[in-house]
Design a protein around this ligand. Structure first.
Ligand code: 1HE
Length: 264
């Protein structure tokens, strides 16, 4: 039986998606992208958050360079490859279910493009980020010019690509590539443990709030202010009148809800 790229499991209502080709540093070939697309096209209805993890010392080494080398693709072939990545990663980002990525080791090239599609990135201190495409004579094709540039700014992405500079976990956190750095003195938990705790917490939010958060904020940021404010109002009108609202706000009104506090 041939090995699959993704290992899928569940913990209660959390989907756990594990990149499972550690011997190739989880490099992304055409089958890997097809499996990612298939899972995120059809997430089981009871899943409320997804934890994306990876086997081995490295999250993902990006495009399978051997496959690309061996296939001798034409420009049209590779345009189709890119469109496949764009489709799959768009389903991660805009599928309506929060995705928490647990990172370690290399998060490079297409691996960074994959991580950039997740909504929360929790990095082990071993994590390093890079866009080595320039040094390999190629270009990003899995959405970095849109997603990663939005996170770190186009100017920083240009500099990273031109120089091939490698950022460590803390530098990545400073730029927004990681939201948390783990396995440190200040935060001794593993990235997996913290990622799972965050996934559970997020899964406890109202489904419609999570849907609005992960599908509308990024899109609204691409709109002009007038359209953005209108879209925000529409989204809020749907969410604020949703099924869960009366009971959740009732808890606050009846002084049974938690209070927002520092360090929570
Ligand atoms: C691979 C790949 C890969 C490893 N494609 N096979 N990405 C890169 O430029 C990163 C390329 N990889 C590396 O720099 C290193 O492999 C790592 C820093 C990630 C890990 O180093 P290390 O020492 O742990 O592993 P290794 O010995 O380099 O690799 C182990 C095996 O994985 C080896 O295969 P083997 O058959 O000799 O055992 C490697 O060839 C294989 N491997 N990375 C194919 N990327 C849509 S466009 C996106 C554009 C990009 O993503 S460009 C960035 C590509």
């Amino acid at each position: 039986m041939s090995e699959t790229f993704l290992k899928i499991s569940e913990l209660d209502n959390i989907g756990i998606v594990t990149l499972n080709k550690a011997h190739k540093r989880n490099a992304l070939d055409e089958c890997a992208i097809a499996e990612i697309d298939a899972y995120f096209s059809n997430v089981p209805r009871h899943i409320r958050a997804i934890l994306m993890t990876a086997e081995g010392d490295h999250f993902c080494a990006g495009l399978d360079l051997k496959e690309h080398h061996d296939k001798e693709r034409t420009a049209v072939d590779f345009l189709r490859v890119c469109q496949g990545w764009h489709r799959a990663f768009d389903k991660i980002q805009h599928g309506g279910i929060p995705v928490i990525a647990c990172l370690q080791g290399a998060v490079v090239g297409g691996g960074l493009e994959l991580a950039s599609a997740a909504h929360v990135r929790v990095a082990d201190k071993s994590t390093f980020f890079a866009l080595p495409e320039g040094t390999r004579g190629i270009f990003t094709g899995g959405g970095a010019t849109v997603r990663t540039a939005k996170i770190i700014s186009p100017s920083r992405m240009v500099e990273l690509m031109l120089t091939g500079r490698v950022l460590d976990a803390v530098e990545g956190e400073r730029l927004g590539l990681a939201h948390y750095v783990c396995n440190t003195e200040a935060n001794p938990r593993s990235a997996y443990d913290l990622g799972l705790e965050l996934a559970r917490r997020i899964a406890g939010n109202a489904v419609l709030s999570n849907y609005a958060i992960v599908t509308s904020i990024d899109r609204i940021s691409d709109m002009a202010a007038t359209e953005g404010l209108f879209a925000e109002g529409l989204m809020a009108a749907v969410v604020q009148t949703g099924r869960d609202v009366q009971s959740r706000l009732g808890e606050f009104v009846n002084k049974k809800a938690y209070k927002v506090q520092p360090n929570s």
